[in-house]
Design a protein around this ligand. Structure first.
Ligand code: SAM
Length: 346
């Protein structure tokens, strides 16, 4: 077991390591911290070696391309197959007690077998931690054991107050009545930006590019009244059984008669065009909040995302619309990010 002080682990979708590394470098610099990222292509994670300053604030604010971010306390190498727990135990005693145990791995194709191993390992480790009082309700930290393979990996610790899903992934199940798989994407986005359940203050919504209706369904099942705008057809069950109406129109020219609480947009178009559309809705006061995708088919996806979000922030500021802007590369996002903008109480 070797100590690895001031090293942080950030998980990402495999293939986005260089975007995450660029984001970490930028964000740490903004916090007055300096260091360097260590990446391996398609590994699904980045290590941040911190040399100076404190990047802890990133735990709270989150990252666009980072699915989770936490400090490491140690690395483990060549765990003996007969007694992995024994080899880890001194470090677990040093860091515990914990309220949660996360057994994690990168989200790569090769990790399926590792996931199976970790299910068995949990059955062995969890009772031993409980018995020793190292896993108990009244603790304020979470233990992360990140496995590169069944014998090598890292130990990390994060504050329980920062909500993180295990492995950086929120696994969601598609309900049989959902009109499309896209419903999962909006569900994940709402969990990430708004938490569980019906978000307070959101009663009416417009869904631009709504067909066949996964996003509209996701909103309507929370009791939000939705107008779905699309030249295509919406699932008829959606219109019969949920508070959804369909307007056949163009997302880029259609205007609501009355302002709504939320506009969502899943039209596949150039990111700058989607951004300008959302900016217009918020500047004009047609919607008070917005949730939308920005497609990113270019190589420098972090730099492009950052430039687009700054453009949105500057544009809204020029029109004196205060806004909180958040963005994330969600599990259900591929070459795109999801953006949440809230102009209420700003
Ligand atoms: C990715 S799909 C949306 C899926 C939807 N969010 C769901 O959950 O089922 C994109 C939709 O945008 C619509 N679309 C594309 N350009 C549009 C435009 N200019 N105006 C309105 N809808 C448009 C397409 O017809 C398509 O139905």
């Amino acid at each position: 077991m070797s100590s690895s002080e001031e090293v942080f682990l950030a998980l990402c979708r495999p293939g986005f390591e260089s975007d995450l590394a660029a984001e970490l470098t930028d964000r740490c610099a903004e916090l007055g911290a300096s260091g360097y990222p260590q990446t391996t292509d398609d590994s699904g994670y980045v290590l941040w070696n911190n040399l100076q300053g404190d990047p802890d604030a990133l735990l709270e604010t989150g990252l666009i391309f980072g699915r989770s971010f936490y400090p490491l306390t140690a690395a483990f190498e060549d765990l003996p197959e007969q007694d992995r727990i024994g080899a880890l135990w001194p470090e677990l005693e040093r860091q515990g007690p914990f309220a949660e145990l996360f057994l994690e791995h990168a989200d790569t194709n090769a990790s399926r077998e590792l996931a199976r191993f970790l299910r068995g390992f949990r059955k062995a480790l969890e009772p031993r931690l409980r018995k020793a009082g190292l896993l108990r309700d009244r603790a304020d930290r979470r233990l992360h054991l990140f496995f590169e393979d069944s014998r090598n990996g890292r130990v990390g610790v994060s504050p329980l107050a920062v909500p993180l899903p295990e492995g950086g992934l929120t696994r969601l199940r598609l309900a049989p009545e959902a009109p499309s798989r896209s419903a999962l994407k909006l569900e994940e986005a709402m969990l990430r930006f708004l938490g569980r359940g019906k978000p307070p203050g959101l009663h009416t919504a417009v869904d631009l590019g709504a067909a066949p209706g996964g996003w509209s369904w996701q909103l309507a099942r929370l009791g939000i009244k939705v107008t779905g705008v699309d030249h295509g057809r919406l699932d008829p069950r959606l219109l019969d059984e949920y508070p959804v109406r369909h307007v056949s129109g163009d997302a880029f020219t259609w205007r609501p008669e009355r302002p709504v609480d939320l506009v969502v947009c899943d039209v596949v178009d150039k990111p700058a065009r989607t951004l300008a559309l959302m900016q217009k809705w918020l500047e004009q006061g047609w919607a008070r909040t917005a949730l939308f995708n920005l497609k990113l088919p270019m190589a420098r996806r972090y730099r492009e995302s950052r430039a687009l979000l700054e453009r949105l922030g500057d544009g809204l500021e020029r029109r004196q619309v205060g806004a909180m802007i958040q963005a994330a590369h969600l599990y259900h996002d591929r070459e795109e990010i999801t953006v949440w903008v809230d102009t209420r109480a700003h």
